[in-house]
Design a protein around this ligand. Sequence first.
Ligand SMILES: Nc1ncnc2c1ncn2[C@@H]1O[C@H](COP(=O)(O)OP(=O)(O)O)[C@@H](O)[C@H]1O
Ligand SMILES: [Mg+2]
Length: 237
Amino acid sequence: MEQAKRGKMAIIKIQNLNKSYFISDKGVKILNDLNLEVDENEIVSVEGSSGVGKSTLLNIIGSMDDYDSGLVEVCGVDLAKISNNEKEKFRAEKISFIFQHHLLLPDFSALENVMIPLLINKMNPNKAKDEAKEMLARVGLKDRISSFPSQLSGGESARVGVARALVARKKLILADEPTGNLDRENSKNLMSLIVELQKEFQFSIILVTHDMELASLAKKRNKMVSGKLQAIEVATV
Ligand SMILES: Nc1ncnc2c1ncn2[C@@H]1O[C@H](COP(=O)(O)OP(=O)(O)O)[C@@H](O)[C@H]1O
Ligand SMILES: [Mg+2]
């Protein structure tokens, strides 16, 4: 009902999420009755100090980590109700990650790195190559497709990471401090690229960051405090 009224579908619905880690045999509560809703085609930030649980939340949404209680529904799937095998399939079909350290495979070229998500989804290799080439050109790396990660600068590696995340045209992108490793100029380039591509491909993206400039790209900003998300008021212009 709510969704119909707003005319948008929730791509993430999290209610009363709790997660503790056992550290030296003592349970430490990281997420405490946390709630979050993300709509289709929306940029959302999760900000907050180091160690508050931002990556933990992202890993749970990406079905990479378990949780203790609460509802976590992502792309219409209740993550508590699917097996580990189903989670793998779910990730391959629905979610892409952008990491601070890019995590490119060192023995594969930029082109091969970007092809991997398509090959995992069983796309024909020639088609995968064409699509990966096109996406690398889109992020400004037309001339670097044969380069290996060790031959790329930090800014270029970050753009390969973005191309790899977007090539399969999934509807949900989870970005964990994507500018964390870059200087100002490369951060700015990466930010405008993310904004342009989000408009073009219309995905939802969660930006986990303590980079205020990156966070300000989000229409819906949140700060993580004491295991919960607090909405940050965004001035509308
Ligand atoms: N696998 C783990 N085992 C135990 N503690 C963990 C684990 N992963 C993260 N933590 C702890 O949980 C807290 C939140 O971590 P994290 O989500 O990485 O924070 P952030 O991304 O906000 O910096 C930290 O105190 C961290 O040490
Ligand atoms: Mg983190």
